[in-house]
Design a protein around this ligand. Structure first.
Ligand code: FMN
Length: 339
Protein backbone atom coordinates (compact mmCIF):
# COMPACT_ATOMS: atom_id res chain seq x y z
CA UNK A 1 0.00 0.00 0.00
CA UNK A 2 1.38 3.48 -0.89
CA UNK A 3 2.18 5.99 1.90
CA UNK A 4 -0.66 8.17 0.69
CA UNK A 5 -3.22 5.33 0.75
CA UNK A 6 -2.00 4.34 4.23
CA UNK A 7 -2.50 7.90 5.53
CA UNK A 8 -6.03 7.86 4.14
CA UNK A 9 -6.64 4.51 5.80
CA UNK A 10 -5.48 5.86 9.18
CA UNK A 11 -7.94 8.75 8.99
CA UNK A 12 -10.78 6.45 7.99
CA UNK A 13 -10.09 3.87 10.73
CA UNK A 14 -9.59 6.56 13.40
CA UNK A 15 -12.97 8.04 12.49
CA UNK A 16 -14.96 4.84 12.07
CA UNK A 17 -13.57 2.43 14.66
CA UNK A 18 -12.93 2.24 18.39
CA UNK A 19 -9.18 2.98 18.45
CA UNK A 20 -8.61 4.09 22.04
CA UNK A 21 -7.19 2.22 25.03
CA UNK A 22 -9.96 0.31 26.84
CA UNK A 23 -8.44 -0.74 30.17
CA UNK A 24 -5.66 1.80 30.64
CA UNK A 25 -6.24 5.52 31.10
CA UNK A 26 -3.87 8.47 30.81
CA UNK A 27 -4.15 8.54 34.63
CA UNK A 28 -5.35 12.10 35.26
CA UNK A 29 -8.35 10.86 37.26
CA UNK A 30 -5.90 9.87 40.02
CA UNK A 31 -5.22 13.57 40.65
CA UNK A 32 -7.35 16.42 41.94
CA UNK A 33 -6.81 20.14 42.28
CA UNK A 34 -6.96 21.72 45.72
CA UNK A 35 -9.98 23.99 45.45
CA UNK A 36 -9.38 27.60 46.47
CA UNK A 37 -12.50 29.20 47.98
CA UNK A 38 -10.78 32.57 48.14
CA UNK A 39 -9.22 33.28 44.73
CA UNK A 40 -8.89 37.05 45.45
CA UNK A 41 -9.28 37.92 41.76
CA UNK A 42 -11.97 38.22 39.07
CA UNK A 43 -12.33 35.53 36.44
CA UNK A 44 -11.40 38.15 33.86
CA UNK A 45 -8.03 38.66 35.59
CA UNK A 46 -7.00 35.17 34.51
CA UNK A 47 -4.44 35.12 31.71
CA UNK A 48 -3.94 31.71 30.07
CA UNK A 49 -1.71 33.01 27.28
CA UNK A 50 1.50 31.08 26.67
CA UNK A 51 4.66 31.64 24.68
CA UNK A 52 5.53 28.76 22.35
CA UNK A 53 8.44 28.74 19.91
CA UNK A 54 8.44 32.50 19.48
CA UNK A 55 4.65 32.89 19.13
CA UNK A 56 2.03 33.77 21.74
CA UNK A 57 -0.89 31.36 22.11
CA UNK A 58 -4.23 32.18 23.75
CA UNK A 59 -3.73 29.02 25.85
CA UNK A 60 -1.20 26.17 25.82
CA UNK A 61 -2.76 23.78 23.31
CA UNK A 62 -1.21 21.93 20.37
CA UNK A 63 -3.38 20.11 17.85
CA UNK A 64 -1.10 17.14 17.36
CA UNK A 65 0.15 16.21 13.90
CA UNK A 66 -2.19 13.87 12.07
CA UNK A 67 -2.26 14.20 8.38
CA UNK A 68 -0.97 15.44 5.06
CA UNK A 69 -0.16 13.81 1.76
CA UNK A 70 -3.44 12.12 0.94
CA UNK A 71 -6.75 13.03 -0.65
CA UNK A 72 -8.75 13.80 2.50
CA UNK A 73 -5.87 15.57 4.26
CA UNK A 74 -6.42 18.94 2.62
CA UNK A 75 -9.94 19.42 4.03
CA UNK A 76 -8.89 18.26 7.51
CA UNK A 77 -5.77 20.44 7.57
CA UNK A 78 -7.58 23.51 6.27
CA UNK A 79 -10.25 23.30 8.97
CA UNK A 80 -7.69 22.58 11.73
CA UNK A 81 -5.55 25.52 10.60
CA UNK A 82 -8.52 27.92 10.52
CA UNK A 83 -9.59 26.87 14.02
CA UNK A 84 -6.01 27.14 15.36
CA UNK A 85 -5.74 30.61 13.79
CA UNK A 86 -9.04 31.80 15.29
CA UNK A 87 -8.45 30.25 18.73
CA UNK A 88 -4.73 31.12 18.69
CA UNK A 89 -3.45 27.60 19.37
CA UNK A 90 -0.53 25.69 17.85
CA UNK A 91 -0.79 22.97 15.20
CA UNK A 92 1.26 20.03 13.99
CA UNK A 93 1.33 18.65 10.47
CA UNK A 94 1.22 14.93 9.78
CA UNK A 95 4.38 13.21 8.57
CA UNK A 96 6.20 15.15 5.83
CA UNK A 97 7.61 11.96 4.33
CA UNK A 98 5.02 12.05 1.58
CA UNK A 99 5.98 15.63 0.69
CA UNK A 100 9.70 14.79 0.58
CA UNK A 101 9.01 11.84 -1.71
CA UNK A 102 6.25 13.21 -3.93
CA UNK A 103 5.53 16.93 -4.48
CA UNK A 104 2.09 16.09 -5.94
CA UNK A 105 0.63 16.10 -2.45
CA UNK A 106 2.06 19.53 -1.60
CA UNK A 107 -1.29 21.28 -1.42
CA UNK A 108 -2.54 19.23 1.54
CA UNK A 109 0.33 20.68 3.64
CA UNK A 110 0.60 24.12 2.00
CA UNK A 111 -3.06 24.83 2.78
CA UNK A 112 -2.17 25.14 6.47
CA UNK A 113 0.24 28.07 6.00
CA UNK A 114 -2.04 29.67 3.41
CA UNK A 115 -4.97 29.52 5.85
CA UNK A 116 -3.05 30.46 8.98
CA UNK A 117 0.10 32.44 8.10
CA UNK A 118 0.87 33.32 11.73
CA UNK A 119 0.16 30.19 13.80
CA UNK A 120 2.87 28.24 15.59
CA UNK A 121 3.29 25.30 13.21
CA UNK A 122 5.27 22.08 13.61
CA UNK A 123 6.53 19.79 10.89
CA UNK A 124 6.68 16.05 11.45
CA UNK A 125 8.92 13.21 10.36
CA UNK A 126 9.59 9.65 11.53
CA UNK A 127 12.84 8.84 13.35
CA UNK A 128 13.13 5.71 11.19
CA UNK A 129 12.88 7.84 8.08
CA UNK A 130 15.63 10.21 9.27
CA UNK A 131 18.00 7.30 9.84
CA UNK A 132 17.53 6.24 6.20
CA UNK A 133 18.25 9.65 4.66
CA UNK A 134 21.81 10.77 3.86
CA UNK A 135 20.80 14.39 3.45
CA UNK A 136 18.21 16.55 5.17
CA UNK A 137 18.31 19.10 2.35
CA UNK A 138 14.74 18.46 1.12
CA UNK A 139 13.46 18.67 4.71
CA UNK A 140 15.30 21.98 5.25
CA UNK A 141 13.67 23.35 2.11
CA UNK A 142 10.22 22.36 3.37
CA UNK A 143 10.93 24.05 6.73
CA UNK A 144 11.66 27.34 4.96
CA UNK A 145 8.86 26.99 2.44
CA UNK A 146 6.19 26.35 5.12
CA UNK A 147 7.86 28.67 7.64
CA UNK A 148 7.78 25.93 10.28
CA UNK A 149 8.43 26.90 13.90
CA UNK A 150 9.63 23.45 14.99
CA UNK A 151 10.12 19.91 13.72
CA UNK A 152 8.52 16.98 15.55
CA UNK A 153 10.31 13.66 15.14
CA UNK A 154 8.03 10.75 15.91
CA UNK A 155 9.22 7.55 17.55
CA UNK A 156 6.64 4.84 16.91
CA UNK A 157 8.28 1.43 17.37
CA UNK A 158 4.99 -0.21 18.37
CA UNK A 159 3.23 0.97 15.23
CA UNK A 160 6.16 0.08 12.98
CA UNK A 161 6.34 -3.46 14.33
CA UNK A 162 2.60 -4.05 14.02
CA UNK A 163 1.51 -2.38 10.80
CA UNK A 164 1.56 -4.59 7.70
CA UNK A 165 3.80 -2.14 5.78
CA UNK A 166 5.81 -1.13 8.88
CA UNK A 167 9.56 -0.46 8.98
CA UNK A 168 10.74 -1.54 12.45
CA UNK A 169 14.34 -0.52 11.75
CA UNK A 170 15.37 1.64 14.65
CA UNK A 171 19.16 1.34 14.34
CA UNK A 172 20.83 4.73 14.06
CA UNK A 173 17.78 6.82 15.02
CA UNK A 174 19.48 8.59 17.96
CA UNK A 175 22.39 9.61 15.76
CA UNK A 176 20.02 10.78 13.04
CA UNK A 177 18.18 13.00 15.55
CA UNK A 178 21.50 14.50 16.61
CA UNK A 179 22.34 15.18 12.95
CA UNK A 180 18.93 16.75 12.38
CA UNK A 181 19.41 19.16 15.30
CA UNK A 182 22.64 20.37 13.66
CA UNK A 183 20.99 20.68 10.23
CA UNK A 184 17.85 22.64 11.10
CA UNK A 185 17.62 26.18 12.41
CA UNK A 186 14.37 25.45 14.30
CA UNK A 187 13.88 23.40 17.49
CA UNK A 188 13.51 19.64 17.16
CA UNK A 189 10.80 18.07 19.32
CA UNK A 190 10.87 14.32 19.87
CA UNK A 191 7.49 12.69 20.35
CA UNK A 192 5.90 9.32 20.93
CA UNK A 193 2.49 8.59 19.46
CA UNK A 194 0.69 6.74 22.26
CA UNK A 195 3.17 4.59 24.22
CA UNK A 196 4.97 7.34 26.15
CA UNK A 197 8.57 8.46 26.67
CA UNK A 198 10.45 6.93 29.60
CA UNK A 199 13.02 8.79 31.72
CA UNK A 200 15.86 6.76 30.16
CA UNK A 201 14.82 7.57 26.61
CA UNK A 202 14.42 11.25 27.48
CA UNK A 203 17.88 11.28 29.10
CA UNK A 204 19.50 9.77 26.00
CA UNK A 205 17.79 12.23 23.69
CA UNK A 206 18.55 15.13 25.99
CA UNK A 207 22.24 14.31 25.93
CA UNK A 208 21.97 14.26 22.12
CA UNK A 209 20.73 17.86 22.29
CA UNK A 210 16.92 17.53 22.38
CA UNK A 211 15.18 20.03 24.68
CA UNK A 212 11.53 19.59 23.73
CA UNK A 213 9.67 16.32 24.34
CA UNK A 214 6.09 15.45 23.45
CA UNK A 215 5.11 12.59 25.74
CA UNK A 216 2.52 10.85 23.49
CA UNK A 217 1.64 8.59 26.41
CA UNK A 218 -0.80 5.71 26.76
CA UNK A 219 -4.48 6.30 27.50
CA UNK A 220 -5.75 7.90 24.30
CA UNK A 221 -5.29 6.68 20.73
CA UNK A 222 -3.86 3.15 20.67
CA UNK A 223 -1.89 2.43 17.52
CA UNK A 224 -2.15 -1.28 18.25
CA UNK A 225 -5.95 -0.92 18.15
CA UNK A 226 -5.76 1.17 15.00
CA UNK A 227 -3.43 -1.23 13.20
CA UNK A 228 -5.47 -4.24 14.38
CA UNK A 229 -8.39 -2.87 12.36
CA UNK A 230 -6.13 -2.66 9.31
CA UNK A 231 -4.55 -6.14 9.51
CA UNK A 232 -5.76 -9.37 7.92
CA UNK A 233 -4.90 -11.18 11.13
CA UNK A 234 -5.27 -9.00 14.21
CA UNK A 235 -4.21 -11.55 16.83
CA UNK A 236 -0.73 -10.07 17.55
CA UNK A 237 -1.85 -6.43 17.37
CA UNK A 238 -4.72 -7.16 19.80
CA UNK A 239 -2.18 -8.32 22.43
CA UNK A 240 -0.63 -4.82 22.43
CA UNK A 241 -3.76 -2.72 22.61
CA UNK A 242 -2.97 -1.62 26.20
CA UNK A 243 0.82 -1.26 25.75
CA UNK A 244 2.59 1.86 26.95
CA UNK A 245 3.30 4.25 29.83
CA UNK A 246 0.28 6.34 30.84
CA UNK A 247 0.74 10.04 30.11
CA UNK A 248 0.40 11.23 33.72
CA UNK A 249 2.96 8.65 34.83
CA UNK A 250 5.49 9.90 32.27
CA UNK A 251 4.92 13.45 33.50
CA UNK A 252 5.43 12.47 37.13
CA UNK A 253 8.62 10.56 36.31
CA UNK A 254 10.04 13.49 34.35
CA UNK A 255 9.40 16.05 37.09
CA UNK A 256 12.89 15.51 38.49
CA UNK A 257 14.53 16.47 35.18
CA UNK A 258 15.15 20.15 34.68
CA UNK A 259 16.19 21.95 31.49
CA UNK A 260 13.69 20.03 29.38
CA UNK A 261 10.41 21.33 27.98
CA UNK A 262 7.43 19.01 27.89
CA UNK A 263 4.32 18.79 25.80
CA UNK A 264 1.79 16.43 27.39
CA UNK A 265 -0.26 14.36 24.97
CA UNK A 266 -1.94 10.99 24.75
CA UNK A 267 -5.44 10.75 26.18
CA UNK A 268 -5.95 14.41 27.05
CA UNK A 269 -9.67 14.68 26.55
CA UNK A 270 -10.81 17.87 28.26
CA UNK A 271 -9.64 21.16 29.73
CA UNK A 272 -9.32 19.64 33.23
CA UNK A 273 -6.87 16.96 32.04
CA UNK A 274 -5.02 19.69 30.13
CA UNK A 275 -4.77 21.74 33.35
CA UNK A 276 -3.60 18.71 35.36
CA UNK A 277 -0.89 17.99 32.79
CA UNK A 278 0.37 21.57 33.17
CA UNK A 279 0.33 21.24 36.96
CA UNK A 280 2.39 18.05 36.56
CA UNK A 281 5.08 20.01 34.73
CA UNK A 282 4.13 20.25 31.05
CA UNK A 283 4.51 23.57 29.17
CA UNK A 284 1.79 22.63 26.70
CA UNK A 285 -0.92 20.02 26.23
CA UNK A 286 -1.68 18.30 22.95
CA UNK A 287 -4.43 16.14 21.51
CA UNK A 288 -5.22 14.55 18.17
CA UNK A 289 -8.25 12.24 18.07
CA UNK A 290 -10.77 14.57 19.78
CA UNK A 291 -10.13 17.29 17.18
CA UNK A 292 -10.31 14.86 14.27
CA UNK A 293 -13.66 13.60 15.54
CA UNK A 294 -14.91 17.14 16.14
CA UNK A 295 -14.03 17.93 12.51
CA UNK A 296 -15.87 14.82 11.32
CA UNK A 297 -19.03 15.86 13.19
CA UNK A 298 -19.17 19.58 12.47
CA UNK A 299 -16.14 20.64 10.42
CA UNK A 300 -14.36 23.88 11.32
CA UNK A 301 -17.10 24.89 13.77
CA UNK A 302 -16.81 21.59 15.65
CA UNK A 303 -13.06 22.06 16.15
CA UNK A 304 -13.44 25.72 17.10
CA UNK A 305 -16.15 24.96 19.65
CA UNK A 306 -14.16 22.14 21.24
CA UNK A 307 -11.09 24.36 21.55
CA UNK A 308 -13.22 27.08 23.11
CA UNK A 309 -14.66 24.66 25.70
CA UNK A 310 -11.12 23.54 26.63
CA UNK A 311 -9.97 27.15 26.85
CA UNK A 312 -12.90 28.22 29.03
CA UNK A 313 -12.45 25.16 31.26
CA UNK A 314 -8.74 25.87 31.68
CA UNK A 315 -9.45 29.51 32.58
CA UNK A 316 -11.87 28.37 35.26
CA UNK A 317 -9.39 25.86 36.69
CA UNK A 318 -6.94 28.75 37.02
CA UNK A 319 -9.59 30.86 38.75
CA UNK A 320 -10.68 28.04 41.09
CA UNK A 321 -7.11 27.32 42.16
CA UNK A 322 -6.27 30.98 42.72
CA UNK A 323 -3.88 31.02 39.75
CA UNK A 324 -3.65 34.17 37.64
CA UNK A 325 -1.43 32.69 34.95
CA UNK A 326 -0.36 29.30 33.65
CA UNK A 327 2.95 29.51 35.50
CA UNK A 328 1.00 29.59 38.81
CA UNK A 329 -0.41 26.11 38.10
CA UNK A 330 3.05 24.70 38.79
CA UNK A 331 2.83 25.48 42.52
CA UNK A 332 3.74 22.41 44.55
CA UNK A 333 0.64 22.16 46.71
CA UNK A 334 -1.88 22.62 43.91
CA UNK A 335 -2.53 18.93 43.10
CA UNK A 336 -3.08 15.98 45.38
CA UNK A 337 -3.35 12.30 44.63
CA UNK A 338 -6.77 10.80 45.35
CA UNK A 339 -6.42 8.00 47.88
C1 FMN B 1 -5.45 9.70 12.38
C2 FMN B 1 -4.17 9.97 13.09
C3 FMN B 1 -3.01 10.18 12.36
C4 FMN B 1 -1.80 10.45 13.00
N1 FMN B 1 -0.67 10.69 12.26
C5 FMN B 1 0.48 11.03 12.88
C6 FMN B 1 1.64 11.39 12.14
O1 FMN B 1 1.65 11.43 10.91
N2 FMN B 1 2.77 11.71 12.82
C7 FMN B 1 2.80 11.71 14.20
O2 FMN B 1 3.83 12.02 14.79
N3 FMN B 1 1.72 11.37 14.92
C8 FMN B 1 0.57 11.05 14.30
N4 FMN B 1 -0.54 10.74 15.05
C9 FMN B 1 -0.42 10.65 16.53
C10 FMN B 1 -0.84 11.92 17.24
O3 FMN B 1 -0.04 13.00 16.84
C11 FMN B 1 -0.79 11.77 18.77
O4 FMN B 1 0.55 11.59 19.17
C12 FMN B 1 -1.58 10.57 19.29
O5 FMN B 1 -2.75 10.41 18.54
C13 FMN B 1 -1.92 10.68 20.77
O6 FMN B 1 -2.85 11.70 21.03
P1 FMN B 1 -4.43 11.45 21.25
O7 FMN B 1 -4.59 10.39 22.30
O8 FMN B 1 -4.97 12.79 21.64
O9 FMN B 1 -4.99 11.01 19.92
C14 FMN B 1 -1.76 10.50 14.43
C15 FMN B 1 -2.94 10.30 15.17
C16 FMN B 1 -4.13 10.04 14.52
C17 FMN B 1 -5.38 9.85 15.35
Amino acid sequence: MSTSARKRDHLRVALEQDVEFRLKSAGFEAWDFVHCALPEMDLRDVDASTPFLGKTLAFPLLVEGMTGGCRDAEAVNEAMAAACRDQRTAMGLGSLRQLVEDKKQRKSYRVVRDTAPEIALLGNIGGVQLALWDSFGPLQEICHDLRLDGMAVHLNPLQECLQPEGEPRFRGVLLAVERLIRSLDIPVIVKEVGCGLSVNVVRLLHSAGVEWFDIGGAGGTSWAALEAHRSQDRSVADCFREWGIPTSRCLEALQAMDRIQIIASGGIRDGIALAKSLALGARMGGAALPFLRAWHKKGYEGIRQLMDVWHQTLRRVLFLTGSRKIEDLRRKEILYRRS
